[in-house]
Each structure stands twice: as C-alpha cells, then as structure tokens.
Write a protein that binds this ligand. Structure first.
Ligand SMILES: Cc1cc2nc3c(=O)[nH]c(=O)nc-3n(C[C@H](O)[C@H](O)[C@H](O)COP(=O)(O)OP(=O)(O)OC[C@H]3O[C@@H](n4cnc5c(N)ncnc54)[C@H](O)[C@@H]3O)c2cc1C
Length: 470
C-alpha cells in the first residue's frame, strides 16, 4: 500500500470515529485545572457532571508525591494566602498536603535597595509556602478519595488523561459544541470547555478571546537554598533592587526558596555561575548597596569572576561590623550557605489579562486568564479564586436547570473575578514600575512612604488583610 493511500485511509478512519461526549473538558493539570476537578467532584451539586481532564505532560511526580515524597524540595513553590488554604480545606484536599513540606510564615520584611527604608509586618500565618507539586498531589489524592467513595455500580465521572496534548480544537457544526482533538488521535466533544492551560492557552486562542499585556523584560530566577540555621521567626524577606526584587521565602527547618527577578541577561548568568558565587551574590543582594551590586554584575558580564566570592565576603563583613548580633537578625535574613544542585531555573515575567474569561461554552481560569509579576505572590492564588467563582456559577446554573455551557451561567463567574483580578494586576504592575525607578526624588519619596507606613499599625493591619486575602 502506498504511503499516501495509507495516510488518506487513516484520516478517513479518524474522521469516522464519533468523538466521546462529556459535560466539562478541562485542559491543563496544573494547580488551577486540578483544583477545578477536585472542587467540581466535591460539590453536591456538580458531582454528577461527566468530566475529562487533559494534561500535556506526565503527572507521575504529582501521582507519587504523597506516598513517595522525594527527599529534595522542588523549585516551583508558591505562597498560599489563608483564603486559598481555607478553600483547599473546604474541598477536602488540604488534609493530603504533606505538612512537613509546607511552611507558614508570621512576618514579612520589605526593604528598599537604594536606601535603608523598610516596612515590616508581623501577623500569625500571613501566608503559607507550599511546593506546587505538593498542592497538585493533595488535589490528586482528594480526587482518588472521592472516586473510592463512589457507590457500587455508579461511574465516578472524572477521567484524567496525562501525557496527552490538545493538538487542535474545532466546533461541531450541528450544535456549536467544541470538539477537542488530542495527540493520541482521540477527539472529545464537550458541553463546556475550560482553559486551565496556562499563559499560552490553546483554549483562549481557539475562543478568539484577546489577551493584553506585556513582557516585563525580566526573568524570575528561582532556587532552593540552605540557610546557616533555621530562623527563630518564620519570615519572608523581599528587597527591591533597581533590576527587580529579590525574595527569600521560608521553607521547613533551615531551607528556603528564592525568587530573584532581574534582567534577561543577568538571570541567565545567575543560573549558570558556580554555586558558591551564586550564594555569595544572593547574600550580597540583601546586604550591599546598589553600586557594589552593579560592579558585581559587570564582573559577571565580563566573566571576570576570579576572587569575587572573597571580595563579596570582605564587603559584607565590612558592612555588617557596625551591627550587633540582634540588629543583624532583625535587619537581614539568615545567611544563605548553599544552593541545591539543579534547583536554579528562570521564568519570563509578564503581565497579561484576557478581555473576558468566558465565551459561548468556554471558560478560562488561572494563568490562561491572567499572569502577574511574582513580587506579591498572587498568581496561583488568583487562579484559586477563579475556580471558586466558576464552581459557584456552575452550581447556580445547575440549580436553575440551565445548560452549563450557556453564557447566562458563565457570566456571573467572570463578573465576579475580573474586577478583583484587574485591580491586583494593576497594583502589582505599578509596584514593579515604582521600584524599577532610580530617579533620586522618586527614591526619596518611596522610601519616605515605606518608612511612614511602617509607623502606622492600623494601615499595616489593613494591608495585611488585603495581602493575606482575609
Ligand atoms: C518565579 C515564579 C514565582 C511564583 N510565585 C508565586 C507565589 O508565590 N504565589 C502565587 O500565588 N503564584 C506564584 N506564581 C504564579 C504561579 O506559579 C502560577 O500562577 C500558577 O502556576 C498557574 O497555574 P495554572 O494551573 O493556571 O497554570 P499552569 O501551571 O501553567 O498549568 C497549565 C497546564 O496546562 C498544560 N497545557 C498547556 N497547553 C496544553 C495542551 N495543548 N494540551 C494539554 N495540556 C496543556 C500545561 O502542561 C500545564 O500543566 C509564581 C510564578 C513564577 C514564574
């Protein structure tokens, strides 16, 4: 048989196979997609929906994490607001979180890289650091638990297909339902198609929904690090440098995770330099002034790094000798002593916001709908808020006997989420821009602002309420 004939036969046979039909097809098994799956199956009202989740990558690490928790921490870690934790508790997933791998924190210190201005918050459990895989695993375990509770003879109605990509999406000509074509040759027709498929969202592209925004011309370099000792008070540190903020966030014991937002060129150098030099530079970024940091960046660019570790140590010793031990503990994070092998990676940082989160038979949640700079640790939390709102809207639609793909059902979801997300995206964007500015009057003004806010307990309590979503 000729090659062309065989191909033609194959295409005829795929076309003639009727697609499987489901109520909800979720594209993406990231935090948003798995949360939506667990939440829909947990709800008394939506649990009978027939749901399909499709994820392009293998979920092996997610599936095995709970039973065979790896020793080393992973480098994708998020700060969860109490509101997100409360939602995960409500849908029954939080009990499957490996608690020995999460770290709630009770304080936050924000400092200014071009002056000594600082703002500190103390509040029990402002937020909780959690590896993304730990979160995804808890949701997967909850789904398994719900499946095990299905009455005998009844179908569970949730199938997870991983290692399977969505290759294209078309519309059924007879009733306009989306038909999703998969890399394994299967097609699935769905009443409601949910894009939980991240920034490049194929679902958003198919729906024709515009997304606006920009690349910050910054990358976030992440790393898992060891501290000299476990901090006495669990605290998040963030210092705003002109190239972008560096954050050191607590993990259990003497572990911590870092996000260093900086230029594309520097972030690449930071992921490649020798581990010892990376550690020195990270410590320097929390302690030394910007002139010193600029000098070190130049050395990196010219690949003149010999003797740099000693030079940094000398400057740090010189700078810190004026402080007592207690002052050092209060003003600066615990010293980083090593970086975990292969934990350094970098991610492009963007602002993006879809014009709407819904279209006929389509809904977008999580990064498919919006992405933000990680300086406020809100991206994943916003996705959790989207999922809650979408489940609420679907519950109401079902209760009223409506078709869940209908815009009448979906619109309350986006009306609920869009303004809140838009506000947060705007605030984070302005903060990024304000702190990227090196003009002296602006530095003086923002330093004054930071110090002034630091004196106002009531205002700080109000801000904590907003940051933690309480
Ligand atoms: C450096 C950094 C630090 C961050 N820190 C925080 C923080 O502290 N707190 C916080 O709240 N947020 C944080 N975020 C943001 C957070 O990581 C994201 O908002 C979150 O991971 C988005 O989850 P999601 O499920 O919406 O999308 P994703 O995690 O992007 O998941 C989308 C999924 O869809 C799948 N997919 C895509 N296309 C297809 C296809 N064609 N077929 C099948 N599957 C497909 C992908 O494989 C992926 O698994 C941070 C982000 C960065 C970069």
């Amino acid at each position: 048989m000729s090659m062309i004939f065989r191909r033609a036969l194959a295409s005829v046979s795929t076309k003639s196979v009727e697609p499987k039909v489901v109520d909800v097809l979720i594209v993406g098994g990231g935090p948003a997609g798995l949360t939506l799956s667990a939440a829909l199956k947990n709800s008394r009202i939506t649990r009978d929906l027939n749901i399909q989740l499709v994820e392009g990558f293998k979920l092996d690490g997610v599936k095995s994490f709970y039973e065979e928790t790896p020793e080393l921490l992973t480098n994708r870690v998020s700060s969860l607001t109490p509101q997100s934790v409360e939602f995960l508790q409500r849908i029954g997933a939080w009990k499957f979180i490996r608690q020995e791998r999460v770290q709630p924190y009770d304080g936050m210190v924000v400092t200014e890289g071009l002056s000594d201005a600082r703002l500190s918050f103390d509040h029990p459990e402002i937020a909780t650091m959690c590896e993304n895989v730990n979160l995804q695993s808890s949701l997967y375990q909850r789904i398994k638990e719900l499946e095990s509770q299905t009455a005998e003879g009844e179908a569970f109605g949730l199938d997870i297909k991983d290692d399977t990509k969505v290759t294209s999406i078309t519309k059924d000509e007879s009733n306009d339902w989306p038909i999703v074509h998969l890399s394994n040759g299967e097609s699935i027709k769905t009443r409601l198609l949910v894009g939980a498929d991240g920034f490049n969202s194929p679902v958003r592209k198919f729906s024709g929904i515009e997304s606006r925004g920009w690349f910050y011309n910054r990358f976030g370099t992440v790393a898992t690090v060891k501290l000299e000792y476990a901090p006495f008070v669990s605290c998040a540190w963030q210092r705003f440098l002109p190239t972008g903020p560096i954050a050191l966030l607590p993990m259990p014991d003497d572990n911590a995770t870092m996000v260093w937002s900086t230029t594309p060129e520097l972030s690449e150098l930071l992921t490649k330099v020798e581990p010892e030099l990376f550690v020195s530079l990270a410590n320097a970024a929390f302690l030394l002034n910007n002139v010193d940091m600029e000098y070190y960046y130049q050395c990196l660019r010219k690949d003149e790094t010999e003797g740099l570790v000693d030079d940094i140590q000398w400057r740090i010793d010189h700078m810190t000798q004026k402080f007592t031990e207690e002052e050092l503990d209060e003003k600066f994070p615990v010293k980083i002593i090593s970086v975990q092998d292969k934990s350094r990676a970098r991610f492009p940082l963007r602002l993006s916001h879809a014009d709407t989160y819904v279209a006929d038979r389509i809904a977008l949640v999580g990064d498919a709908a919006h992405t933000t700079h990680p300086l406020a640790g809100q991206g994943l939390n916003m996705g959790q808020g989207d999922v809650q709102a979408l489940v609420n809207a679907l519950e109401q639609g079902i209760t009223r006997g409506l078709d869940i793909g209908n815009l009448l059902v979906l619109e309350p979801f986006w009306a609920d989420r869009y303004p809140e997300n838009n506000l947060l995206l705007g605030v984070v964007d302005k903060l990024h821009k304000l702190y990227a500015c090196t003009s002296e009057p602006i530095v003086a003004l923002r330093s004054f602002g930071l110090n002034a806010v630091n004196q106002l307990t009531l205002l700080k309590d109000f801000m904590i309420g907003h940051v933690s979503g309480k």
